[in-house]
Structures are given as structure tokens and as C-alpha cells.
Design a binder for this molecule. Structure first.
Ligand SMILES: Nc1ncnc2c1ncn2[C@@H]1O[C@H](COP(=O)(O)OP(=O)(O)OP(=O)(O)O)[C@@H](O)[C@H]1O
Length: 597
């Protein structure tokens, strides 16, 4: 398999594993199946040997006919040809099937590893790479490898066996004929090397362009509201069409390279067969080779056509699969490894000199954050839009990894914090997903073993009275007519069922409609655990143990609501005073409030 790709990093993407890393990974996946692989080798070898007998026996038939032997002898030879053909086909089939099974098992394991790694990637890494890069790796690249594994690779291996044994057979008949057959080699070699040199960067470029085109489409769909509001259809369509056109152009160049390659292979075959026939004509006269032997040699050469063609044209698919494999193993390289799980001491949170930026060369969106939240406390984060509340919430949840400093939960890094058999921190955002299935399915995501009564009591605690009115109760299949506020209610009920030591709510009640509708639910969720809440309303801040005010990525004030409003000069107190005066933009939506003047 051609895997001598350079270890590389896509223009702005996840790493691409080099040949050595890919081989190393493949070897470790295949090593466990060495018995099956050994059996495959034996079957393919025996199948190829049986196959080599066919031209030899056909040559004998020609000699028997030339020598006017008895019909019975010819019939026996014909019977043997048929037998050898059948045995060869069966053995090659069995060997091929066994090989496919081994490879598919290895691929299934690789796929699982890659999916797990992709899910465990730091969100910052995914952002840097572009969501589409990750998606195209776990879809398009997996697809390319799957196709190779079930079709091309077994064909390639069978062809390699047949070619080697046919060449041995050809040399055994007459080395001059074998030499003549080699006339095909320079032409085919030239065509292959030229193709490999051209196609490798083309394939890589194609995958990258397909991925950036996908990214443009995903972003346009995700940001459809903004596109519509900003009347940006034209530029978005123009971007998508530009990227599509460059992917199509690269696809066209790839196809034309492949066509030239196939032409080179055909020319080589023609030259080789012509040389074998010419040398055969010469050797039947002088060297006493029989017509049957030359016929066998010509058939041997002819037999090479299909496997050589299969082998060389498989290189095309194998290249694509190798490029895909490099990108898949690259996901494993991007993943810091199997996440470490450390049991937390308690639900206390401690941030030390934490800074974060979304892209390596961008400015810090959070800097110098030092914060201690004792276990069991409810803390609200407030600040103007863009001040860094969500980023801080995600750092505490371990979804983002700080660029510097540390975020500890219960004394261990947030991403590694476990409480019993679960993650210690659970993050709920406003983008809560409703999973296809019943109400019970949606709740048991958090606690698969929860009883029906546990589900009902979680629903009651978050005030989801509407659930009691559902016609099918817990077995009601939820549809997309469920409003966002109810979906958020379900997310809060899931927190109660999962019972984490720490809960982080990032605008988790943003869709709750009437003011304060889910406040009681939030209080229920925060009770008995450490809670960090990106606050919407002063009511939430008033009920909290600690209020942390952020401005442009820094903590500017902290204290209880009562303490903060007592200091008239500070930002929080001014905001509160404005709310009490009934300023329209304050209080109703604290988290959206403009930076305090
Ligand atoms: N995925 C991202 N990629 C790049 N920059 C980001 C990303 N998410 C947030 N930012 C930037 O980081 C800064 C802090 O954003 P963050 O969402 O944490 O603020 P916030 O206080 O939660 O704002 P809001 O209340 O509007 O959600 C902002 O300047 C924002 O533009």
C-alpha cells in the first residue's frame, strides 16, 4: 500500500499522520489477527499455484493436438484445466474473503477509536480545524477506506500473488520469454510513477477542497438567520460556488491523470505481448521450444494483464484510502490520548491564572482569571455580551482547555474530573438537543437505569407539569413541536438524574419564555451541588452565594449581590440601580446588558 505521505498538517486543520504512523497503527490492529492472516496467505498462495497450472495444461493441449494425440488424452488435459481453474477460483475466493474479514475487523476498531477520539477532541482544536474537517474525516475518509478494504485491497493482494507465480512459471518455460515480457515494464512503470507523483497531491488537495466546501455550506446553514438578516445570500453563495468549482476542477484534473495512466498501462501490455509472441516465434525454430510451450507463455503473459491492471489501477484507490487513513490516524494524533479519569475530592472549583484564546494567533478572550468557588456554592457570572462568560463556563466544564493556568475541579483538572462512574461536571447550554425518541429516552440519556418514578420526580422538580398531560406519559414520542423552553426543562431534569457534583448552566434557561419560568428549576438543579450559572436576571444573582462580574475577559468585581450593590461606584451596583430605575435594557436580560457605563 502506498503510504509514504508526508506527515503534514492541512492548511488549517487537524494533523495528517505520516506513513510510519499509519503503518504502526495498522500493524497494531492486525497483529491480533495473525492466525487468520497466516491462513489467508496459505489460501492465496495455493490458489495462485493452482491458477498457474491452467496455462501450462493449455500448452500441453496444444502440443497434444499438434502431435495428433488421442482424443482421450486431450479430454483428460481439458478436464485437468477445468479442475485447476475451479480449485484456484475457490481457494482465491476463500483467501480473499478471509482477508476482507480481517481488514474489516481492523477497520471497525480503527473507526471506533477515531469516533471516540473525535468526540473527545478539545473544542478549541475542533474550532481551529473547522467542524467540516472533523466531519469529513469521520465520514468521507472512513468511506474511502471502507471501499478499499472490501474491494480493492483483496483484489490487490490476489493480483500480487498471481503476478509473482505467473512470472515464476514464465521463467520456468523459457527465461527469454520472461525477458520479452519485461518489455511492458518500463512503459507501465513510467506511467505509474508519473501518476503517483501527480495524483498524490491532487487527492490531498481534493479532500481538503471538499472539506472547505463542506465547511462553507455548514456555516451558511448554521448561520442562516444571520445570512438572511444581513442579506448576505450573494456573498455566501459566491463563496460556496467558488469552493465547489475549485473542488470540481481538482476532480477533473484527477480524472485526467487517471485516464493518462490507464493509457500507459494499455500501451505497456501491447508492447509486452508483441515481444512475447515475437520471441516465441524465434524460439520455436532455434531453441526447440514447442508451440504448446510458447502458447503457455503467451497465456501466462495474457494472464498478467488483468492482475497487473488490477494492481496498478488499485493504486489509485489505495492512494485515496492511504490519504484517508493518514487523515483518520491524524484525528488520533490530535486527541491527547485516552482521557485520564481522576476522582474528585469534592465539588470545589479553583481557577489559577487562567487565560484562553480561541485561535493560536488571536488575542486572549480571558486573561489572569483567579477564582475559588467552594463546594456546594452557587455562583453566577454576569457581564456584557462578549465579556467571556460562556468561555469561562466551558473552561470550568472542561470542554475547553486553558491556554495557560489551570482549572481544577475537586483538586484535579476539570477535563479529568470524575465522580464515581460519571464526569464530575455537567454543562447545560441554551442549545439543547431533543433526541429522536420518547420522553423516557430523552431523560434516560443521563441515567439509563433510572426508574419511571425517578423520571417523574425529576420532571416535577423542574416544574415540567406539561409532561403529566402527555397522552402516552413517559412513552410519548417527542416531536419537534416541543418548544425550546420545554426542551431546556428536560435538560435540567437530566441534570437531576445524572446528579453531578458540579453543574454549569450557560444560558440554560434563555428560551424559558416568561421571566423566571425556570428559575425554580435552576434552583432545584443547583441545590446540593456546586453550580456556576451564566445569569440572565438579577433575581438569579440575588439568590446566588457569589456574583462574579466579568468585563473584557477579566474579573472586575466579585462578592454577594448584597455586597456588590452596597458599593455604589462599581459596575454591578450601577447596573442594578439602572434596573431599579426601570432602564429597558437591564434586568430583563442581565447577560445581554451593555457594558456598565
Ligand atoms: N468559537 C469562538 N471562536 C472565536 N471567538 C470566540 C468564540 N466564541 C467566543 N468567542 C469570542 O470570545 C469572546 C468571549 O465570548 P463569550 O461567548 O465567552 O462571551 P459571553 O460573555 O458569554 O458573551 P454572550 O453573553 O454574548 O454569550 C468574544 O469576543 C467572542 O467573540
Amino acid at each position: 500500500m502506498t503510504m509514504d505521505m508526508d506527515t503534514a498538517q492541512d492548511a488549517a486543520g487537524l494533523p495528517i499522520a505520516g506513513g510510519r504512523e499509519c503503518w504502526g497503527h495498522l500493524r497494531s490492529l492486525l497483529k491480533v489477527q495473525w492466525r487468520a492472516l497466516a491462513a489467508t496467505t496459505v489460501l492465496l498462495l495455493l490458489g495462485s499455484v493452482a491458477g498457474v497450472l491452467t496455462p501450462i495444461l493449455l500448452g500441453r493441449i496444444v502440443d497434444a493436438v499438434v502431435a495428433r494425440s488421442e482424443l482421450r488424452d486431450v479430454a483428460i488435459l481439458a478436464g485437468l484445466v477445468t479442475g485447476a481453474g475451479i480449485v484456484s477460483a475457490l481457494l482465491l475466493l476463500a483467501g480473499g474473503r478471509l482477508l476482507v474479514a480481517c481488514l474489516q475487523r481492523a477497520l471497525a476498531e480503527l473507526r471506533e477509536e477515531v469516533f471516540a477520539a473525535a468526540l473527545g477532541l478539545d473544542q478549541g482544536v475542533v474550532e481551529d480545524a473547522g467542524t467540516s474537517d472533523v466531519v469529513s474525516r469521520v465520514t468521507g475518509d472512513v468511506e474511502a477506506i471502507t471501499q478499499s478494504v472490501s474491494g480493492v485491497l483483496p483484489r490487490f493482494t490476489q493480483a500480487a500473488f498471481v503476478i509473482v507465480l505467473t512470472l515464476v512459471g514464465l521463467t520456468a518455460i523459457d527465461p527469454w520469454l520472461a525477458l520479452a515480457a519485461l518489455a511492458a515494464v518500463p512503459v507501465q512503470l513510467y506511467a505509474t510513477v508519473r501518476f503517483l507523483r501527480r495524483s498524490r497531491p491532487l487527492y490531498r488537495r481534493l479532500r481538503r477542497e471538499e472539506s472547505t466546501r463542506g465547511q462553507a455550506i455548514i456555516e451558511s446553514v448554521r448561520g442562516a438567520d444571520t445570512v438572511i438578516a444581513g442579506r448576505a445570500h450573494g456573498p455566501r453563495l459566491e463563496l460556496i460556488s467558488r469552493r465547489s468549482l475549485s473542488a470540481v476542477e481538482t476532480g477533473r484534473q484527477t480524472t485526467s491523470a487517471r485516464n493518462r495512466f490507464n493509457g500507459g498501462l494499455n500501451l505497456g501490455e501491447f508492447l509486452g505481448l508483441a515481444a512475447v509472441l515475437a520471441v516465441g516465434f524465434w524460439r520455436t525454430g532455434d531453441a526447440g521450444l514447442t508451440v504448446g510451450a510458447v502458447t503457455a507463455a503467451a497465456l501466462f503473459f495474457h494472464r498478467l494483464f488483468a492482475p497487473i491492471g488490477a494492481l496498478l489501477s488499485s493504486i489509485d484507490d489505495l492512494q485515496r484510502a492511504a490519504a484517508g487513513l493518514g487523515r483518520l490516524v491524524g484525528v488520533l494524533l490530535a486527541h491527547p490520548g485516552t482521557p485520564v479519569r481522576q476522582e474528585i475530592a469534592d465539588g470545589g472549583i479553583s481557577l489559577r491564572s487562567v487565560s484562553y484564546r480561541y485561535r493560536p494567533n488571536a488575542a486572549d478572550v480571558l486573561g489572569g482569571i483567579a477564582l475559588d468557588i467552594p463546594a456546594g456554592c452557587t455562583t453566577v457570572l454576569v457581564g456584557a455580551s462578549g465579556s467571556g462568560k460562556s468561555t469561562l463556563a466551558q473552561l470550568i466544564a472542561g470542554v475547553l482547555t486553558p491556554r495557560s493556568g489551570e482549572v481544577l475541579v475537586g483538586g484535579v483538572p476539570a477535563a479529568e474530573a470524575w465522580h464515581g462512574r460519571r464526569r464530575a461536571v455537567l454543562l447545560v447550554t441554551q442549545d439543547t438537543h431533543l433526541f429522536a425518541g420518547t420522553l423516557a429516552d430523552n431523560l434516560r440519556l443521563a441515567a439509563p437505569a433510572a426508574t419511571d418514578s425517578a423520571l417523574w420526580s425529576a420532571l416535577d422538580e423542574v416544574g415540567a407539569g406539561w409532561a403529566r398531560e402527555l397522552p402516552g406519559g413517559l412513552d410519548t414520542v417527542l416531536g419537534h413541536d416541543l418548544d425550546d423552553g420545554r426542551i431546556q426543562g428536560l435538560a435540567l431534569a437530566r441534570v437531576l438524574l445524572a446528579d453531578p457534583a458540579v453543574v454549569v448552566l450557560d444560558e440554560a434557561t434563555a428560551h424559558s419564555g416568561a421571566e423566571g419560568e425556570l428559575d425554580a428549576a435552576v434552583q432545584a438543579v443547583a441545590r446540593g451541588r456546586t453550580a456556576v450559572i451564566v445569569a440572565h436576571r438579577f433575581a438569579q444573582a440575588e439568590a446566588a452565594d457569589l456574583v462574579v462580574v466579568l468585563e473584557r475577559g477579566r474579573i472586575i468585581e466579585r462578592g454577594t449581590h448584597a455586597e456588590l450593590v452596597r458599593q455604589p461606584g462599581n459596575a454591578y451596583a450601577r447596573l442594578h440601580a439602572a434596573a431599579n430605575r426601570g432602564a429597558p435594557h437591564v434586568d430583563r436580560c442581565l447577560f445581554e446588558a451593555q457594558s456598565p457605563a
